[in-house]
Design a binder for this molecule. Structure first.
Ligand SMILES: *[C@@H]1O[C@H](CO)[C@@H](O)[C@H](O)[C@H]1NC(C)=O
Ligand SMILES: *[C@@H]1O[C@H](CO)[C@@H](O)[C@H](O)[C@H]1NC(C)=O
Ligand SMILES: *[C@@H]1O[C@H](CO)[C@@H](O)[C@H](O)[C@H]1NC(C)=O
Ligand SMILES: *[C@@H]1O[C@H](CO)[C@@H](O)[C@H](O)[C@H]1NC(C)=O
Length: 318
């Protein structure tokens, strides 16, 4: 029979490919939600276990990794960009946004952060400084929770106009699917061309165990928008509204804490204060302080002072 050897030959030819596929499936020990990890099959029963670079903390790859661990990994990762000019040591160590944080046993920021030597300060749950700097005797009694995050984006003109409801649906889908944030924590999406605002709201009593924290969702989003996605491999950040890519040209992120920050500045006395991290693409960034002048209900922010202007020109945000 002419067809006799056909089938076995075909199988023989396919065999190496099949084996390779199987091997690939078995070796797929990577962390989809965090590329700043090292993964090995050394978990219980030979399970794939991924540990964050920098801390060695075992991370859960079916959810987001905490911002504290991500920041720590970032600080310990080998520096690339050797062709670039390195800012002076002073410029780096004085920077608020980027530091090597201390994380607690859950991977969250410890309330008190110190640089390697003598200087300490208190941070909120997004790791942003909320007090003056002090010495090692500085006390930070608790980690103050950031319960409200306002992400303010400006987009480039799109060739096809979209309306608020298109955008609202798309951004809610993004936070639900990509950042695994429960939809109830996306409080609102506002739009007035070209400015888009996303309000994330989550206080301690609303957050159930296993819920993604708005701090982490906002940080993944921030890195995505900056083109520094934390996700592994496929699934690049591609925000589209009605099929049109949404091109973000600048981002501001405002953090509002459950308790007012304690900066010794006379002007910051009225009401709650938010600490903002400014993320300006390709330009400058830093920490800005806002006052919410007893307008909590209407949610109005009033910008009163730019803090430590010198720090604004250094490393872009966290
Ligand atoms: C820590 O802060 C002190 C005071 O600003 C500074 O002199 C020192 O260089 C800093 N050290 C590190 C490692 O950042
Ligand atoms: C927004 O645009 C969509 C089509 O993309 C349309 O179905 C919807 O009715 C519009 N909504 C408003 C409020 O104009
Ligand atoms: C948390 O948020 C819910 C819903 O907005 C609110 O009812 C509750 O009072 C808040 N709890 C605290 C402690 O602020
Ligand atoms: C990892 O996170 C998922 C989603 O939050 C959760 O269902 C699961 O129990 C977590 N696994 C471990 C080992 O904590």
């Amino acid at each position: 029979m002419a067809r006799g050897p056909g089938l076995p030959l075909l199988l023989l030819l396919l065999l190496p490919a099949t084996l390779t596929l199987l091997a690939a499936a078995q070796d797929d020990c990577t962390c989809h939600t965090n590329k700043m990890t090292v993964c090995n099959r050394d978990g219980p029963g030979g399970l794939c276990q991924c540990r964050a670079i920098g801390s060695g903390f075992a991370v859960n790859c079916s959810t987001l990794t905490s911002k504290c661990l991500l920041l720590k990994a970032r600080m310990s990762a080998p520096k690339n960009g050797r062709g670039l000019v390195r800012p002076s040591e002073h410029a780096i160590t004085d920077n608020d946004g980027l530091y090597d944080p201390d994380c607690d046993h859950e991977g969250r920021f410890k309330a008190r952060q110190c640089n390697q030597t003598s200087e300490c300060w208190c941070v909120n749950s997004v790791g942003v400084r909320r007090t003056d700097k002090g010495d090692q005797h500085l006390r930070c009694d608790e980690l103050v929770r950031t319960y409200h995050i306002l992400i303010d984006l400006r987009h480039r003109p799109a060739s096809r106009a979209f309306n608020h409801s298109d955008l609202d649906a798309e951004l809610r889908r993004l936070f639900r699917e990509r950042y695994r944030l429960h939809p109830k924590f996306v409080a609102a999406v506002h739009y007035e061309q070209p400015t888009i605002q996303i309000e994330l709201l989550q206080n301690a009593s609303q957050k159930a165990p296993g819920d993604v924290d708005i701090a982490d969702a906002a940080y993944y989003f921030e890195r995505d928008v900056k083109g520094e996605s934390l996700f592994q491999g496929h699934g690049a950040f591609d925000l589209r509204v009605r099929g049109e890519p949404l091109q973000v040209e600048r981002t501001l992120i405002y953090y509002l804490d459950e308790k007012p920050p304690q900066f010794s500045m006379k002007r910051l006395t009225a009401g709650l204060i938010a600490v903002i991290v400014v993320v300006v693409l390709a330009v400058i960034a830093g920490v800005v302080v806002l006052v919410v002048t007893n307008k909590r209900k209407s949610g109005k922010y009033k910008k009163v002072e730019i803090k430590e202007l010198g720090e604004l020109r250094k490393e872009p945000s966290l």
